[in-house]
Design a protein around this ligand. Structure first.
Ligand code: F6P
Ligand code: MG
Length: 449
């Protein structure tokens, strides 16, 4: 399936693609060098091989940064024995072998960057499972302490509200909770380590204040809002299978789990499938390792060192419930190479037929965050008034396609599904409105069952 419009590209100097390529990537890559340097520094001198490999990694990352900053031609990703290398080589040779870091489509180059980084580690013996972004994710989650506890308390209270609604009054309660938890899950996406490279604890507090009052204020920043449609659909489908195509680890993943907890407890979901990444991706994305780490952290006595007994007990109760869903196969963690492939989701059915067939058996597939959104709509320069169902192409037109809910805070200069006039109003005084992270969209498509 070919996208009908030109793709976002860094040769456009007025674009966020350009800012990303010139400013953000060098910072992200430099931080990796610092990380490896620190990790290497803490090694014992007897770990000669690992030290040597660490040095080679630093050199290779330095080389990568040089190629990027000097607009060098893109080179094939070296064979690191991973199962997706064939896909990458094929896409590279077919479409990108004569391109450079600026001339190739932004979506491809950005995915390529993270796959190149992965390959540098994957080809070593001692660093192949090393996550150069792990420490950042850990620090960020620690700084999210206040919001994490608030939300654990909140869900603890909610869990005791009656199960599936039997009358209108209870339906309203479910509706209010659904609206709140989905918005918390939406705004949880704005704590983004790739974008906000120097967040203070106060910044975290501000970003993560997602109490009822604040949510109301933030609602006006949701530029297209299908939440009520999504609620109508969810409330008509009890015992559903729901899938979440995860985005970022730490706080965002935590709030996604809280939403899952409520959907299961309230009877709307019988099982929830969580789709994580196979390797470190776009700095903050959730990997299988981040998943396990979060559970340990919620149970830990000392991670949130200032938590009171009471506060710790909320976290423990939540994590015990989550563990029990995992044990009973109600919360299922999975991961597929497709999510870290260069392909936009227009190619899901043709490139990952098994994954697609599986998702078609789901009642609702929730796509979290900015990159998933860019991939859903093929990262093209759509008119902002293009209907969402048109921009997701085959995912709404192929017979059998699943219902989709996109929860995205806007961090790239592309958006669809806006009403006439919104773009003009915002462009007139906020030149960065499309990518500042201040605005968001909640978009629902019924699918084609
Ligand atoms: O750099 C590209 C980008 O998609 C940004 O637009 C965004 O800041 C980041 O990567 C990832 O965002 P998210 O974690 O929401 O997918
Ligand atoms: Mg992400």
């Amino acid at each position: 399936a070919n996208p009908p419009r030109p793709a976002l590209i860094a040769t456009d100097k007025d674009s966020f693609a350009y800012i990303t390529t010139v400013e953000r990537w060098p910072v992200i890559v430099t931080k990796i060098v610092d990380e490896v340097y620190k990790s290497r520094h803490s090694l014992d001198l007897s770990e000669v091989d690992k030290l040597k490999e660490g040095k080679e990694i630093i050199d290779s990352i330095g080389g990568l940064k040089y190629q990027m900053q000097r607009k060098k031609p893109l080179i094939p990703i070296e064979d690191d024995g991973k199962s997706d290398i064939g896909t990458w080589t094929h896409v590279f040779n077919t479409y990108f072998k004569d391109e450079n870091w600026y001339s190739a489509t932004w979506l491809f180059v950005e995915c390529y960057l993270y796959r190149r980084i992965h390959s540098i580690f994957a080809r070593t013996k001692h660093w192949k499972d090393y996550d150069p972004f792990f420490r950042q994710k850990e620090v960020a989650f620690k700084a999210s302490f206040i919001a994490v506890i608030e939300i654990a308390k909140y869900i603890d209270e909610l869990i005791y509200i009656p199960k599936l609604p039997a009358d209108n009054e209870k339906i309203d309660v479910g509706r209010i909770i659904f609206h709140e938890l989905v918005q918390i899950s939406l705004w949880g996406n704005s704590t983004d380590l790739s974008l906000l490279t120097n967040l203070s604890n106060d910044d975290f507090k501000k970003l993560q204040d997602l109490g009822t009052k604040r949510l109301k204020e933030l609602e006006k920043n949701i530029l297209a809002n299908d939440l009520e449609k999504a609620w109508n659909y969810v409330s008509e489908n009890s015992n559903a299978r729901i899938d979440i195509i995860l985005d970022n680890a730490g706080f965002e993943f935590y709030v996604d789990l809280v939403l899952s907890d409520w959907l299961i407890q309230s009877g709307y979901a019988k099982e929830i499938h969580l789709h994580a990444k196979k390797f470190p991706w776009f700095v903050s994305d959730t990997t299988l390792n981040d998943f396990n780490w979060l559970f340990q952290t919620l149970q830990s006595e000392d991670f949130f060192s200032s938590a009171s007994e009471m506060e710790r007990s909320f976290l423990k109760k939540l994590s015990n419930r989550l563990q029990s869903y995992i044990a009973n196969y109600r919360l299922i963690l999975t991961s597929d190479c497709f999510w870290t492939s260069p392909y936009a989701y227009w190619h899901l059915a043709e490139q990952a037929p098994d994954l697609y067939a599986d998702l078609c058996t789901s009642n609702l597939v929730i796509f979290k965050g900015d990159l998933n959104y860019r991939k859903l709509i093929y990262d093209c320069k759509w008119k902002t008034t293009t209907p969402f169902n048109e921009a997701i192409g085959p995912l709404s037109s192929i017979k059998g396609s699943p219902s989709i809910l996109a929860l995205r805070t806007m961090k790239a200069d592309v958006v669809v599904g806006l009403e006439e006039g919104i773009e003009e109003r915002l462009s007139s005084n906020e030149s960065d409105w499309m990518y500042s992270g201040k605005y968001a969209v909640i978009q629902f498509n019924m699918g084609n069952k």
